[in-house]
Design a protein around this ligand. Structure first.
Ligand SMILES: N[C@@H](Cc1c[nH]c[nH+]1)C(=O)O
Length: 398
């Protein structure tokens, strides 16, 4: 192995350096403070878990995205989290086990076995918020609002919101009475929106002609708000669950138009978010110059069941590392240089001044000795001993 290869990072595995790291940390703190101000409590799920608890309730695509390793202590298979949402659902359903509404938020690294697109990273910093224990659209609207606020703080001005409702697909697929395997196949065809494959599948597996037509139409139901009216007529013969999903979307859209008039709404009723755990309204946010969604979310009501408690759930998450690239302002980098004092007494008073400045939030860099100057340490101010004690003066004046 050549020396240069030794330091090569694997494809899609990134490190974040100054000054980007400072910006990212600032944004992480701002967002967690924002979530706290909305009543969300922070949790730190573990980086690795046994595979069953990590993947239970999620689909094949999450399993494929998960790096696997063997636990040396038990010989059992573990996975490095590829998505924190299922972990937080486990914490709510099993570990916290609270009654009533619980709001949780989180931030941490996740690892993807494969990049989600050509340019995507495999080491993401996922940040998100989830509401458990509330089944109505009020909680969906709350998390959409928090997602939009998150993106605004991340410097996204022009936002497009894609709304879908997985219950429409699920109700039609249930009506078709497909076995587990066939349902997976259909789900996967829908995710790829592969129309010729869908037609072949429906011809072979769905005998009810009305149902086949509705499933075929579903994949085309995308566009502006008029899509909802079109869906109401195309899906008129669909089960009641489909009608109430459409009514949910109408109400969510009304509220969003009223509260966020500058956000452009788009509807995609055949859109099934990845990972297979969503069950209700789903949403993705887009910005003009980015091919894939900048944030995703949705309702996933049944995931807690596998951890012992069925809990309504909805939430969103985004990749902080992708989001921070959009932040144009930089973190203020004013630094004060503290020289080595001439006497022991002056050194003591200097330390006191340094402590006070640091306590008030200033950055003070202590000289480590000969050869170090304010300039060499990137400082624009320097502490200087005056008759009234140590004072910070501009470097050019000193
Ligand atoms: N974790 C999901 C988004 C989500 C959060 N909560 C509910 N859904 C994703 O990455 O697609």
């Amino acid at each position: 192995m050549a020396t240069a290869d030794r330091w090569l990072l694997p494809d899609g595995i990134d490190e974040i350096l100054p000054p980007q790291a400072a910006k990212l940390e600032q944004l992480r703190r701002d967002l967690l403070d924002l979530y706290k101000s909305w009543g969300y409590e922070q949790v730190f799920p573990p980086l690795v878990e046994y595979l069953e608890s990590l993947l239970t309730g999620a689909g094949n695509d999450l399993a494929l995205q998960t790096f696997k390793l063997t636990d040396q202590l038990t010989g059992r298979l573990m996975g490095v989290r590829a998505d924190m949402t299922t972990q937080v659902a486990r914490i709510d359903a099993h570990t916290l086990n609270r009654e009533g509404v619980t709001r949780l938020c989180y931030a941490g690294h996740v690892l993807h076995a494969k990049p989600e697109s050509l340019a995507a990273s495999r080491s993401l910093i996922q940040i998100g918020a989830e509401i458990y224990g509330h089944g109505g659209i009020a909680s969906d609207i709350e998390v959409i609002g928090l997602m939009l606020e998150t993106l605004r703080r991340g410097g996204c001005c022009e936002l497009h919101l894609d709304l879908g409702h997985v219950a429409i697909y699920r109700a039609l697929a249930a009506e078709a009475g497909l076995s587990g395997d066939l349902e997976w196949q259909l789900f996967e065809i829908f995710q790829r929106k592969a129309v010729p494959e869908l037609e072949a599948f429906l011809a072979k597996q769905v005998s009810d002609p009305d149902l086949a037509v509705m499933l075929r139409q579903l994949v085309t139901l995308a566009g502006d708000r008029s899509v909802l009216a079109k869906a109401a007529s195309v899906l008129a013969k669909a089960p009641q669950a489909v009608q109430s999903a459409l009514a949910d979307l109408e109400q969510i859209a009304d509220q969003l138009v009223a509260s966020y008039p500058d956000v452009k709404l788009y509807f995609d009723l055949g859109e099934l978010r990845g990972y297979h755990y969503h069950t209700g309204p789903v949403f993705s946010a887009y910005v003009p110059d980015m091919g894939q969604a900048i944030a995703n979310g949705g309702r996933y009501d049944h995931i807690g069941e596998v951890f012992g408690r069925a809990r309504p759930a909805t939430g969103f998450s985004t990749d902080l590392a992708a989001l921070v690239r959009r932040v144009t302002s930089s973190v203020a980098s004013k630094k004060i240089f503290a020289p080595v004092a001439g006497s022991v007494a002056d050194q003591a008073s200097l330390q006191e001044a340094v402590q006070q400045l640091r306590a008030s939030g200033q950055v003070v860099i202590q000289s480590l000795g000969a050869g170090q100057t304010a300039q060499s340490q990137g400082c624009d101010q320097q502490l200087s001993l005056s008759s009234s004690g140590w004072v910070a003066v501009a470097v050019s004046d000193s």
